[in-house]
Design a protein. Structure first.
Length: 82
């Protein structure tokens, strides 16, 4: 209501199934490409354009980490690093 009345902006809200997010990197470009292809529905870019894995549950994150041991899943990212 406030967005519409104060700013004249319409918006919608949708629930999403997200338990946690992790920044992802991989030194093996081919393996990382495979990871991105297979898990594209769970990937997003942060406001700096860095790739983030969106896990719907902690169990999902754990299984994904086990299946992709070459991929580094970071809970935090240093500001300014690319």
């Amino acid at each position: 209501f406030r967005l519409r009345s104060e700013y004249g902006v319409e918006c919608g809200f949708e629930n999403v199934n997200v338990a946690t997010a992790r920044w992802v990197r991989c030194p093996d470009a081919k393996r990382f490409e495979d990871f991105q292809t297979k898990l594209r529905d769970n990937l997003a870019l942060d406001h700096h354009g860095e790739l983030v894995y969106i896990a719907p549950s902690r169990v999902n994150l754990q299984l994904t980490q086990e299946r992709w041991p070459e991929v580094r899943f970071a809970a935090t990212r240093e500001h300014g690093l690319r």
